[in-house]
Design a protein around this ligand. Structure first.
Ligand code: ATP
Length: 909
């Protein structure tokens, strides 16, 4: 309670010898309790003293950086020069207008980018590391940022270490310290002190922030947090989100540069040519600047960033957290998704249904994690007290187990792995409970390569090893079997009986697990290979893990989108096939990991074209499958949760980690983290990725066709010798103030109905294909020529009033034609009438606002002065609308016609 007891900690002096001191000593000096942890109030005080447990990352973006970015564009510099020249020649109004528009554009760009930055930051917060601590005698999961010295942290296989810890207890702990030491071989750790002069790599009583647990479990005391950690001292962690650019962004940046270059060349050429033809130099200079402004779609980068950031939010709603921006694009192009089974296709809600014992099978009743249920043989309830073989199996299942069951207001809750929880529930049904504080002598953890787990404990006369694992793996290590109350040799007949039993369970879609035991003399070797042999088989457990209800539809959707789904599971072939059939995954046969090992790459590549599932695989198989699929030109999404899945997740084009079940290591290696572990979220994210890509294409085409229109108008006008048509300030107004808004609105377009009915996009496909370029040129030509026609139609005699009216009509005309043109890009292929006019209200709002602004530009006096306009009459508006309508109507008709002919072609076939 008292702050006295929490006087400032001597962590600085501590840090140098924590690895050499006894654990009790450290606990005492850090005023923590080794079983109860810190108290809430201690944590609060220490958090104030030591600050949050974070490293200064370079990821944070300051608002002023975003502001500066808005004004460091070559085009902006050209405009500034233009403004200065305007002042020099006495056109002060023009200069002010240019400056005003540049500032307004900067403000809009800033608003968009800042919003994007916020979205990325929110995502970073969602991905911030968590860890398990013991505080106030209870174990809780907390944000690792709030860790303080003295906290007790629990570590398990796959966890990232959240701070520097002095180990207090550990079982078979092995660490990957490559992030710190560069050494890729796992390092074994122990809680005993090491010599004071040991170098960092040999301080085995410590684990360091930024490293990860490759196997085993431990409890450690936090001795340094944040910048005080070894990692904090030698490196700064950089979180890559938001810093990297995606391939699409890079392609667009190249396109932008090319257009910028073209702009300068065209501008110089035209103005020099015009001047040579005898036009005034100032007019030609202004035309050159207009052209340069017209060619470059200034709003594009900001709109792309904003669309992607908003897309990230949409993905979060679909339960997919992006760790890297490029994943959204990759998802849109995915051709194969490799998924594991347990928890992704199934619910990961295990219930033991049947137990095979040498003396016969026993059924278990009850649902979920509620321990209400009993044991039955042939539909008759049995008295489990009479079945010592059953009790022994249940006891071993409890000992070789880390799960717990708790009861709260919502009923029974499992804590730990579902497979293990199911065993605890089964044991509860015989009124057996896990020991609160078991004392393991040794533990060999489960991982998907070993497919088994062993805990060695003290027994009356010596030690006893409790083992569970995949039946094939365990059976091959058994030499004896428990029969009623006696141990017999495991004869070939018995072995076959056991095999038949688990095959039958697996064929029924049950997940199978063999349970075995071995008695060991005290002080015998505790190496995994020595302990896990000559086992006595106790029995085989079959548990049900029902498929997720939404998965069949998601698989159907993936298929209609031309995406293959391949199941790669650690479970048995029969269970894999049974589950594949129940979720509607086409599968004719199951290939086991062993068969995979025997296949060469070519055969595997051919096999992968068939409807197969992969069973009893290890993470290395996943990696190989990704590599083969990629070499066949596929874009591969791969799911994973374990430590060993990291290489496959990294190698895949889109690594997908499980948010609930996954280890920190898997999440760290992935591009996307699924917050609900659900397969259908992957398909949802793919749909979202496709929508985003479509929308980016839509507004890129829209902006480029508008800009082409402006260039055509100015260029052709010069060729035919007309007076200056669009003034630089007017073009600026169009491109910067009004176009950006409509482009952002296009970025919010909902997914088209056909988005998941077409094959994946080719990753090599350019942002602009030939048909895209054709559309841009076609529409651009219309926009330009229609504007030019309006201009010349109004240019009567050379009196200033008529020229001003012609200029205003041309200026307003091109704005309105461009707005009508927006409607063409709401869908690239389908007519707007079939998409629905009101399905994207943002476009309607953007058009409304833009037209409103244009009306102001024409009628509000100060804007008239700034933009060189004069009021229009109703008949002028009528004329403009008559020129604007065809750009939409004709395109709409063309789309309708094309859609009809393609439907006819299909029906003729
Ligand atoms: P997926 O790869 O689709 O997630 P999975 O969970 O069945 O499937 P693994 O986790 O590799 O794959 O498990 C493989 C096998 O190992 C299981 O079928 C089961 O027999 C056994 N097993 C699973 N969990 C444990 C555990 N905690 N202890 C011992 N054996 C286990």
């Amino acid at each position: 309670m008292s702050t006295m007891s929490d006087s400032p900690l001597q962590t600085e002096t501590l840090r140098h010898c924590v690895y050499a001191a006894e654990v009790d000593e450290i606990a005492e000096s850090l005023q923590t309790n080794l079983s109860r942890g810190l108290r809430g109030e201690q944590v609060e005080i220490r958090l104030k003293q030591h600050g949050p447990n974070t490293l200064q990352t370079t990821a944070e973006t300051h608002w002023y950086e975003v502001v500066v970015r808005q004004f460091t564009d070559i085009l902006i510099l050209i405009l500034v020069v233009a403004a200065i020249i305007s002042v020099a020649v006495g056109e002060v109004t023009d200069a002010i207008t240019i400056f005003a528009i540049v500032v307004l554009n900067g403000a809009l760009g800033f608003a968009q980018e800042w919003k994007a930055e916020r979205a990325l930051e929110a995502l970073r917060d969602m991905l911030s590391p968590r860890c398990k601590v013991i505080r106030d005698s209870t174990e809780q999961e907390i944000d690792a940022v709030t860790l303080v010295p003295g906290d007790l942290v629990r570590l398990e296989t796959g966890d990232d270490v959240p701070a520097d810890l002095r180990l207090a207890q550990c079982v078979n702990l092995k660490m990957d310290e490559s992030a710190l030491t560069g050494e890729s071989v796992s390092v074994a750790k122990a809680s005993v002190p090491v010599g004071e002069n040991s170098p960092l790599a040999q301080r085995h009583s410590m684990v360091w922030m930024g490293t990860a647990v490759t196997s085993g479990r431990a409890i450690g005391i936090v001795v340094a947090t944040g910048e005080q950690t070894e990692f904090g001292r030698i490196a700064t962690l950089t979180e890559s989100i938001g810093r990297e650019t995606t391939p699409l962004q890079r392609k667009l940046a190249v396109l932008g540069k090319q257009l910028g270059f073209a702009a300068v060349v065209i501008a110089i050429m035209v103005s020099v040519a015009g001047w040579a033809m005898g036009k005034p130099l100032l007019e030609m200079f202004l035309t050159g600047v207009s052209l340069a402004v017209a060619v470059v779609p200034e709003g594009l980068p900001a709109v792309v960033t904003l669309t992607m950031a908003l897309g990230i939010r949409a993905m979060v709603r679909r339960k997919a957290l992006l760790r890297r921006l490029r994943a959204a694009e990759g998802l849109g192009a995915a051709t194969v998704v490799c998924t594991d089974k347990t928890g992704t296709l199934t619910q990961n809600q295990m219930t033991v249904r049947t137990i095979w014992l040498s003396g016969g099978s026993i059924d278990v009743t009850g649902v979920g994690y509620d321990p209400a249920g009993h044991f039955e043989v042939a539909g008759e309830k049995i008295d489990y007290h009479q079945r010592s073989d059953l009790l022994k199996l249940l006891e071993t299942s409890l000992h070789c187990n880390h799960a717990r069951l708790d009861r709260d207001g919502n009923g029974w809750q499992e804590r730990g792995e579902p497979t293990e929880s199911a065993l605890v529930v089964a044991a509860y049904k015989a009124w057996l409970e896990p020991e609160r504080h078991p004392h393991a002598v040794q533990e060999h953890s489960f991982d998907s390569s070993r497919k088994r787990m062993t805990i060695v404990e003290h027994d009356k006369d010596g030690w006893v090893a409790h083992i569970k694992g995949a039946p094939e793996v365990i059976l091959s290590r058994c030499t004896q079997v428990l029969d009623d109350d006696r141990v017999h040799e495991l004869t070939e007949t018995r072995r076959q009986e056991a095999e038949a039993a688990y095959n039958e369970m697996a064929n029924g879609g049950l997940r199978t697990l063999a349970i075995a035991r071995r008695e060991l003399p005290r002080n015998s070797s505790l190496e995994a290979d020595t302990v896990e042999e000559n086992l006595t088989l106790l029995g085989i457990v079959g548990m049900m893990d029902p498929p997720r209800a939404e998965v069949p539809d998601a698989i159907g959707l993936a298929q209609s989108a031309g995406i293959r789904v391949v199941m790669i599971t650690g479970d048995s072939p029969a269970t894999a096939l049974a589950i594949a059939h129940s979720v509607g995954l086409p599968s004719t046969n199951a290939i086991t990991g062993q068969e995979l090992n025997e296949m060469d790459d070519d055969t595997l590549s051919v096999t992968l074209n068939n409807d197969v599932v992969f069973a009893r695989t290890t993470p290395e198989h996943k990696l190989r499958i990704v590599e083969i699929l990629q070499s066949d030109g596929h874009i591969v999404g791969m799911t994973g949760d374990g430590v060993n899945d990291a290489p496959a997740l990294k190698k895949a084009d889109i690594g997908i980690a499980m948010g609930l079940r996954g280890t920190d290591v898997a999440k760290g290696a992935a591009d996307i983290v699924l917050t609900d572990d659900n397969f259908s979220s992957i398909v949802g994210a793919i749909e979202e990725g496709r929508r985003q890509y479509d929308n980016i294409q839509k507004f890129v085409r829209y902006l480029l066709s508008s800009n082409t229109g402006e260039v055509v108008a100015i260029f052709v006008n010069i060729i035919i010798g007309g007076p200056l048509i669009l003034l630089p300030v007017q073009i600026l107004w169009m491109n910067l103030v009004t176009d950006g808004m409509t482009a952002v609105a296009l970025g919010l377009e909902p997914a088209e109905k056909t988005v998941m009915q077409r094959p994946p996009r080719k990753p090599t496909e350019p942002v602009l294909n030939w048909s895209g370029i054709g559309v841009i040129l076609g529409l651009g030509a219309y926009i330009g020529l229609a504007t030019l026609w309006l201009f010349h139609h109004y240019l009567g005699h050379d009196d200033p009033e008529t020229v001003m009216l012609a200029e205003t009509v041309a200026f307003t005309g091109i704005v309105l034609i461009e707005k009508a043109n927006v409607l063409n890009f709401r869908s690239l292929d389908s007519p707007l009438l079939s998409v629905g006019i009101f399905t994207n209200p943002w476009v309607i709002i953007a058009i409304g606002v833009t037209v409103g602004l244009q009306v102001c530009a024409v009628y509000v006096p100060f804007l008239q002065t700034a933009l060189h306009t004069t009021p229009l009459r109703l008949s002028d508006w009528g004329m403009i609308l008559a020129m604007a309508a065809p750009v939409f109507v004709v395109t709409e008709f063309a789309k309708w016609f094309r859609q009809r002919t393609s439907v006819e072609k299909v029906s003729q076939k």
